[in-house]
Design a protein around this ligand. Structure first.
Ligand SMILES: NC(=O)c1ccc[n+]([C@@H]2O[C@H](COP(=O)([O-])OP(=O)(O)OC[C@H]3O[C@@H](n4cnc5c(N)ncnc54)[C@H](O)[C@@H]3O)[C@@H](O)[C@H]2O)c1
Length: 412
């Protein structure tokens, strides 16, 4: 029998609960702990794990206590972006003081709010000397993985490599106030969601048989706008639902962002990645789009084109919920149903991958170094948007750059 991995979560919010749900499809690992600043919330998430039968999880009073418990072998960092560095510092201090031992640490996207913080995260995890993983679920979406594999093994193998990839992630806005506050989150929708799309286009454009750096980013052009949430009626709506700290009349964040990333392959051929994200899409719910175009083939994916739909007449006036699709916007009419969101958005395969790597002592497909590279691309896109021009990658000053949105000084 191989050893089982005991996993502890930092944070007990939205994403931790998604990971816990996905765990029914993860082998050789149990969720044994949760820490969150509010003990009752941590206890609630731990209770969910026990209820689903994915581990005898308990709540801890501190990160240090959780790391020190010999039952905990790995930590999944799922706290808010502005707490990343301090969460990691506490893990590393517990390891360095000899109070605990870990096989690995996995961190949710984005690795950090800016390049300086991302580099700090990389330096901290190196010092700790443990395996590390960057949790980018979309690269583990079964339909994306299979689409990419087939486009390359059939289309590219016979007619040549693909040259253009597109990825979009859109919904009607995040669920908690900190996401809307540039200083806490690190930016607006660009930082929050383009991290996914940037990785999706790189993944699709790169040969599955070659290393990540077989394609290299050369130029980045970014645009950001506040299309919806700085309109007066929506400023008021945000204030009413998210609290007075979220003031889009004074400190808006972008709710629309797009970027073009110009890559080259090993032969110097140009490749294009187009990414677009918004918090201003009102459709059934979260929509993930991806496309890959090659000389004689194309792949496309749309997460709302599901096989199942439910029709509810106007007489069905039910409560608002998220039971049909993440970030659901309606409970009437023809609604798509995503059968197993934890599987379809990639969490199941993702967690199986990181568990297996940590148990086997192997470097995961995505590490903190990849998370840093994503942050570098995002910050270049912000810089380009602020300067209104295309930038060579990496641009000078990237390490110290903080987007105006994150400084609370952005005016569109
Ligand atoms: N992969 C994805 O698609 C995806 C989706 C949503 C969120 N995320 C990422 O996951 C992270 C958490 O997002 P969420 O949606 O769960 O947010 P959330 O606000 O729902 O939950 C955050 C949790 O962190 C806890 N917390 C508060 N202060 C903390 C601290 N000092 N240290 C650690 N934890 C603290 C909160 O109590 C809460 O339990 C973010 O980095 C976010 O970008 C990823």
């Amino acid at each position: 029998m191989s050893k089982r991995l005991g996993v502890g979560f930092i944070g007990s919010g939205f994403i931790t609960k998604f990971h816990i749900q996905s765990w029914v499809a993860v082998r050789d690992a149990d969720i044994l702990g949760v820490w969150s600043p509010h003990y009752e919330n941590a206890a609630g998430a731990a209770g969910l794990a026990r209820q689903l039968g994915v581990g005898e999880a308990r709540a801890y009073r501190s990160i240090t206590e959780m790391v020190a418990d010999p039952a905990i072998d790995a930590i999944w960092i799922c706290g808010p972006n502005h707490r990343r560095v301090e969460n990691l510092e506490e893990i590393v201090a517990a390891l360095e003081s000899g109070r605990g031992k870990l096989l690995g640490v996995a961190c949710e996207k984005p690795l950090a709010r800016n390049v300086a913080e991302a580099k700090q995260c990389v330096a901290l995890i190196r010092r700790a000397g443990v395996l590390h993983g960057y949790l980018e679920d979309q690269l583990f979406m079964p339909s994306l993985m299979k689409g990419r594999a087939l486009a390359w093994s059939r289309g590219a193998a016979i007619t040549g490599r693909p040259y253009l990839a597109r990825a979009a992630e859109e919904h009607s806005g995040p669920h908690m106030p900190w996401f809307w506050q540039g200083a806490q989150q690190g930016g607006g929708v660009l930082n929050d969601m383009m991290c996914h799309s940037v990785e999706v286009v790189r993944f699709l454009l790169s040969d599955p048989l070659k290393p990540r750096h077989s394609i290299r980013p050369k130029k980045v052009t970014g645009h950001i706008h506040s299309l919806k949430w700085s309109r007066p009626e929506y400023v008021e709506r945000l204030r009413a639902t998210m609290g007075s700290e979220v003031d889009y009349a004074k400190r808006p964040s972008e709710d629309f962002a797009r970027a073009t990333i110009e890559y080259v392959d090993e032969a110097g051929r140009p490749l294009i990645g187009e990414v677009t994200t918004s918090w201003s899409f009102v459709g059934a719910g979260l929509r993930l789009n991806a496309e890959l175009l090659g000389p004689e083939y194309s792949f496309s994916h749309n997460s709302l084109n599901t096989g199942s739909q439910l029709f509810l007449s106007r007489r069905v006036v039910g409560q608002a919920g998220e039971d049909m699709v993440e970030k659901q916007n309606a409970e009437q009419g023809l609604m798509p149903i995503v059968g197993n969101e934890a599987a379809e958005y990639g969490y199941e395969v993702e967690n199986r991958h990181f568990v297996r790597c940590f148990l086997d002592g192997k470097k995961p497909e995505l590490t903190f170094d990849d998370g840093l590279e994503v942050v570098e691309l995002l910050m270049t896109a912000y810089m380009s948007a602020e300067q209104g021009r295309t930038l060579e990658f990496p641009p000078p000053g990237l390490d110290l750059f903080i987007p105006a949105v994150a400084q609370g000084t952005w005016k569109q």
